[in-house]
Ligand binder design. Structure first.
Ligand SMILES: *Cc1c(COP(=O)(O)O)cnc(C)c1O
Length: 214
């Protein structure tokens, strides 16, 4: 597909929902990609935020590419929170315990982490995130942590060939974000980002479509 077409599709999906294209940010997911691919397929088109899901893989890339806004999107172990400082946004806070660990680290070092709470809307056993019925409590407890700035919610929809089947997941995440007065909704990947934008995504995390032909 390529990045220009992804942007066009985001803009069209936003228009269908009566939203402006600039209410949606593309986070280019660069896990598993080389520096050369990142330059050619992403940064050649502009300075997009880059999403990485593994600390070990992200660190050398962060050293090599300057002036980039990095987002952490993958499962985060508590013993890795010490690596989060350079990330502008952590999408994948999947428990209150993890939030507390990150807050302790940030407080000790005198910085504030911007975070999203990951919600397992579809209750998939293999996916991370808090369940919907746990969210009120999780939001309240994360908001008590002064070293964290909770700015939104994130979800991953079940894998499907037919994105209409997961529209309800995105609609539910938007409803929850509204309910808790959270501005950011990180949802939508290569297979389902247009439906996610129609349902209110403010951040879409797209990888494969930027790098693969067809
Ligand atoms: C890999 C990944 C993506 C991007 O998936 P694509 O199918 O390559 O677009 C988005 N979000 C998370 C959390 C990921 O791990």
């Amino acid at each position: 597909m390529g990045l220009p077409e992804v942007l066009e599709r985001i803009a069209r999906a936003a228009a269908r929902a009566g939203r402006s294209a600039d209410s949606v940010r593309l986070v280019a997911v660069t896990k598993g990609r080389t520096l050369e691919e990142i330059q050619r397929c992403v940064l050649a088109y502009g300075n997009f935020p880059l999403g990485e899901s593994r600390v070990q893989e992200a660190r050398p890339k962060m050293e090599a590419l300057s002036g980039v806004e990095w987002h952490f999107i993958g499962p985060l172990q508590r013993n890795k929170v010490k690596f989060m400082r350079p990330f502008a946004l952590v999408h994948s806070i999947d428990s209150v315990r993890l939030a507390q660990a990150l807050a302790r680290r940030a407080a000790r070092e005198g910085w504030r982490a911007r975070v999203l709470l990951q919600v397992n809307v579809a209750r998939e056993p293999q996916k991370h995130g808090v369940f919907v019925e746990e969210l009120a409590d999780a939001v309240a407890r994360v908001r008590e942590l002064e070293a964290l700035e909770l700015v939104g919610l994130m979800t991953m929809a079940p894998y499907t060939e037919r994105p209409e089947e997961v529209r309800w997941v995105f609609r539910e995440l938007s409803r929850l974000a509204d309910r808790y007065n959270l501005a950011e909704r990180s949802m939508g990947m290569t297979g389902d980002f247009e439906v996610a934008v129609e349902e209110g995504a403010t951040l879409v995390r797209v990888g494969r479509a930027l790098f693969e032909e067809g």
